[in-house]
Design a protein around this ligand. Structure first.
Ligand SMILES: [Zn+2]
Length: 137
């Protein structure tokens, strides 16, 4: 899904708006397949980390969530590669992979972030995108 799918105009994030936020778990999207630990709208600087993720991050038991969300902000989608940073934890666990070791980005992903940066396609902040998404579902 792209930013224009919301029928909204994006704007650059303002100086007084947070890039990272720790939010109550119930503010994140609910799914039936997994617990959402954090979420970021692709190509945006609007990164929300759920409270459930914080203890593991503080205890060095989560080296991925922050970097994974930054990957989304750089324009990356999810992958299915069990060693890749952008593969969701529940998928890695389902395949008995070690999610703490799934920290790789491939050349194409790095190129995507680089291209998005060069062509000014980052920082696509959309006000209230979660509510807009819910209305469409
Ligand atoms: Zn993700």
């Amino acid at each position: 899904m792209n930013w224009h799918d919301y029928g909204a105009r994006y704007y650059d994030i303002k100086d007084n708006e947070p890039v990272f936020q720790i939010v109550n778990q119930d503010k994140l999207t609910k799914t039936t397949s997994s617990v959402v630990m954090a979420e970021t709208y692709r190509n945006s600087l609007d990164i929300k980390i759920g409270t459930k993720a914080v203890p593991n991050m503080l205890n060095n038991n989560d080296n991925r969530t922050f970097a994974h969300e930054l990957g989304h902000s750089g324009g990356l989608d999810h992958t299915m590669d069990l060693e890749n940073l952008m593969t969701q934890k529940f998928i890695i666990q389902k395949e008995d992979g070690d999610y703490l070791k799934a920290t790789l980005l491939n050349r194409s992903q790095i190129q995507t972030i680089r291209d998005n940066y060069i062509h000014n396609k980052l920082n696509r902040h959309i006000p209230n995108w979660r509510q807009r998404l819910k209305k469409r579902q």
